[in-house]
Write a protein that binds this ligand. Structure first.
Ligand SMILES: Nc1ncnc2c1ncn2[C@@H]1O[C@H](COP(=O)(O)OP(=O)(O)OP(=O)(O)O)[C@@H](O)[C@H]1O
Ligand SMILES: [Mg+2]
Length: 285
């Protein structure tokens, strides 16, 4: 299958900065993949997202090397409007992204900018609200919404534009665990039902590993690991080497394994940990 995104030897140094924010990243993404990005502060996660949605190199000055191709076409040679038709973006702070006074107008705004016909706009708004499960918010004022609702409106506005790829930079940073789970349920559904390719930056490693298929770990501007969640928890050093931790349930079983009480695969979720604990036996100590 042809990659939907292909990144080749990508490096970027912000104008005025001495060190590259990202260095020599090479990776490809297949259509329909659900990828998480994590890493410590300053690792280059947001910079990589900006390279995917074309803000780098089109709006951000700096030294840009390498290539990003979307559907085989280099973003450097594409118009920004063309990139934004393929790559939808959701940022950390929905306040900064939401511009209209009602939810309906917010979703219509991007569609109007794309020159979508008015009668089609109506159908697209209904469809996007249904896909995200927020039909009830349609006529609400955007200022009255909770943080989780705003995030979902921002996702609906991006999805209404029918991108092939959705990139999200810490979309749950303002949300409690329940709001976070709700956003990830929406992403899972968009990925499974509509085959949307999703790349999400997220600090909450527990939730990330439960939902995604592939994790990119970044550190110091480099992509230091690219593995499925199960490999990540079974090789905790991939995270601990960059100052992050595997989920507590995986950590518990890791320690029981090290002490000789358990010999299977490390669990990713509480349910899996429950079954793993039932398999534990008397250990060495
Ligand atoms: N606009 C900018 N101008 C100059 N340097 C920048 C700019 N934005 C980011 N940087 C630098 O680039 C590096 C990577 O930053 P980036 O924001 O991509 O990291 P991050 O992994 O998203 O971090 P965080 O977890 O804090 O969001 C850091 O050293 C940061 O200081
Ligand atoms: Mg960031």
């Amino acid at each position: 299958m042809k990659p939907v995104i292909s990144i080749e030897q990508l490096s970027f140094t912000y104008a005025g900065s001495e060190h590259p924010a990202i260095s020599e990243i090479s990776v490809t993404v297949k259509p329909g993949e659900f990828i998480g990005i994590t890493g410590p502060a300053g690792a280059g996660k947001s910079t990589l997202i900006l390279c995917l949605n074309g803000i780098i190199p089109h709006f951000q000055h700096g030294e840009y090397r390498g290539r990003v191709r979307i559907d085989g076409v280099e973003t450097l040679t594409m118009h920004c409007a063309e990139i934004s038709r393929k790559v939808g973006s959701v940022f950390q702070d929905p306040e900064a992204q939401i511009v209209a006074s009602t939810v309906e107008d917010e979703i219509a705004f991007g569609l109007e900018n794309f020159g979508v016909e008015p009668d089609v706009i109506e159908a697209r708004i209904t469809d996007a609200l249904q896909r995200i499960g927020i039909e009830g918010l349609r006529h609400r004022s955007t200022t009255e919404l909770s943080g989780g609702q705003k995030q979902r409106v921002a996702i609906a506005a991006a999805v209404a534009l029918r991108p092939e790829i959705l990139v999200l930079d810490e979309p749950t940073s303002e949300l409690d665990p329940l709001g976070t789970k709700e956003v990830f349920e929406v992403l899972k559904q968009l990925n499974r039902e509509y085959g949307l390719t999703i790349i999400v930056v997220e600090q909450k490693i527990n939730i990330l590993l439960e939902y995604i298929e592939r994790l990119w770990v970044m550190n110091g501007g480099r992509l230091v690991a690219d593995e499925p969640p199960r490999r990540i928890v079974n090789q905790p050093e991939l995270l601990t080497d960059v100052g992050l931790q595997i989920p507590p349930v995986s950590e518990l079983m890791y320690r029981l394994k090290a002490a000789g009480y358990y010999s299977g695969e490390l669990p990713l979720t509480v349910d899996e940990a429950y079954w793993a604990l039932l398999k534990c036996r008397g250990g060495k100590r």
